[in-house]
Design a binder for this molecule. Structure first.
Ligand code: TMP
Length: 213
């Protein structure tokens, strides 16, 4: 049980979640509530894991084996939880994370097929204990549309370079977790406009956290 409130943003490539997180940050600054929030991303969030992020996503000289990739994401998560997320939640803050363990389930589980969802959840429990999002915004986008958007993004990282089939598997993975964890998942139609999506996010946040929004 978290003391503060833990929100995660999840979805496949080019789903628009990072744009929405930026809008949320701006909104929070405008209403002067910065001190109540901590924003993190995965992989990343600490000096070490921001360095690791570069290697995990862009190191082309010696590509990691699939299990190494999974463990690197998990190592980054361990750092992020114990150095950023848990301390903030223990101070009753609201933590907003750009990706968390649902990404590992969708990417390394469903798409790369390295481990089952159950095994990833078991491993996650060993790595970060009972820390769990209270609310997950899942940006749902047709894999074909995601693939089209991604092609217009310019320089792509190692994972973004994967093909359409990979996107389809990621989407299936997310749909599956979302169907199992209906209490915390809020599904967003990511084909809507940026402003429409932001309004929807604010509406949900106003319901869940009326004292803040
Ligand atoms: P993004 O945060 O800019 O979307 O980039 C992170 C990339 O890393 C994205 O391609 C998804 C991938 N990823 C995984 O494959 N597994 C994970 O556990 C996490 C956190 C990210």
């Amino acid at each position: 049980m978290n003391k503060g409130f833990f929100i995660t943003f999840e979805g496949g490539e080019a789903c628009g979640k990072s744009t929405q997180i930026k809008k949320l940050k701006d909104y929070i600054s405008a209403v002067a509530k910065n001190d109540k929030f901590v924003f993190v991303r995965e992989p990343g969030g600490t000096p070490l894991t921001e360095e690791l992020r570069k290697y995990i996503l862009n190191y082309e000289i010696d590509k990691p084996l699939p299990m190494t990739e999974l463990l690197l994401f998990c190592a980054c998560r361990h750092e992020n939880v114990y150095k950023n997320i848990l301390p903030a939640l223990n101070e009753w803050k609201i933590v907003v994370a750009d990706r968390f363990y649902d990404s590992t389930i969708a990417y390394q589980g469903a798409a790369r097929n390295i481990m089952s969802m159950e095994d990833i959840l078991d491993l996650t429990k060993k790595i970060i204990g009972d820390v769990k999002p209270d609310l997950t915004f899942y940006f749902k986008l047709e894999p074909e549309e995601a693939f089209k958007r991604k092609t217009g993004l310019g320089e792509l990282d190692r994972i973004e370079k994967e093909g359409l089939e990979f996107h389809r598997k990621i989407a299936k993975g997310y749909d599956y977790i979302a169907s199992l964890e209906k209490d915390r998942f809020y599904c967003i139609d990511a084909s809507k406009s940026i402003d429409e999506i932001f309004e929807e996010i604010l509406r949900v946040l106003k319901e869940k956290l009326p004292q803040i929004f």
